[in-house]
Design a binder for this molecule. Structure first.
Ligand SMILES: Cc1cc2nc3c(=O)[nH]c(=O)nc-3n(C[C@H](O)[C@H](O)[C@H](O)COP(=O)(O)O)c2cc1C
Length: 189
């Protein structure tokens, strides 16, 4: 049972005699709880006919050998059918100064297809054809290894076929519903 906030007293289990109060849906509380988990921010991209980009923070490393990552994409997102059709995607890990890109790739008014990447500097990934965003801290090109049921999302397990980090400094972080900036040391690529 998800409980959002409340004093320790409020979190004490209810006594038997008290009528159980059930939240009809745990979703709002779950959102508030998960908002306490600070994450990086990625733009997932797909190239080719179903070219598309989408902001995602449900992204994580899974395995080094074999090299696997996963991302979770809403079944309602256009990105879902793009990844399924392409069988591949790239994850671009945003740098501190790229908050505007995170906002852009959640905005439904952005154009469709490759046109949405025109205001954004990109190169084309050699292995997947997915746009790789200029100035990102790092990127990974992935082939979809498996699609798992994740409720209203699908979990795309991606086999990493190419990856690189750039010389960027500082990460964009999403925490408690807002953007934050983490400074880092400048390093050679
Ligand atoms: C910081 C942030 C992280 C997000 N993470 C995800 C995510 O991991 N998975 C997802 O499906 N949507 C995520 N979203 C929402 C999508 O970016 C948003 O619904 C997008 O408009 C869907 O795009 P599409 O329908 O054009 O593919 C996130 C939004 C923000 C602002």
């Amino acid at each position: 049972m998800v409980q959002a906030g409340g004093s320790p007293a409020e979190r004490t289990p209810l006594r038997r005699s008290a009528p159980a109060r059930r939240d009809p849906s745990p979703e709002p509380a779950l959102r508030q709880v998960m908002a306490q988990f600070a994450t990086g921010v990625t733009i997932l991209t797909v190239g080719g006919e179903g070219a598309h980009g989408m902001t995602a923070n449900a992204f994580t490393s899974v395995s080094l050998d074999p090299p696997l990552v996963l991302c979770c994409v809403s079944r309602a997102a256009r990105m879902h059918s793009s990844i399924v059709a392409a069988g591949s995607f790239a994850a671009n890990i945003l740098a501190s100064g790229q908050q505007h890109l995170s906002r852009y790739f959640t905005d439904w008014r952005r154009p469709d297809g490759m046109a949405q990447f025109e205001p954004v500097g990109c190169t084309v990934g050699a292995r997947t054809g997915a746009p790789l965003i200029t100035g990102a801290l790092a990127w990974l090109e992935c082939e979809v290894a498996e699609v798992l049921d994740g409720g209203d999302h699908s979990i795309f397990l991606g086999r990493v076929v190419a990856a690189a980090r750039e010389a960027g400094e500082g990460a964009l972080v999403f925490y408690d519903g807002g953007y934050h900036h983490v400074r880092g040391r400048a390093r050679a690529a």
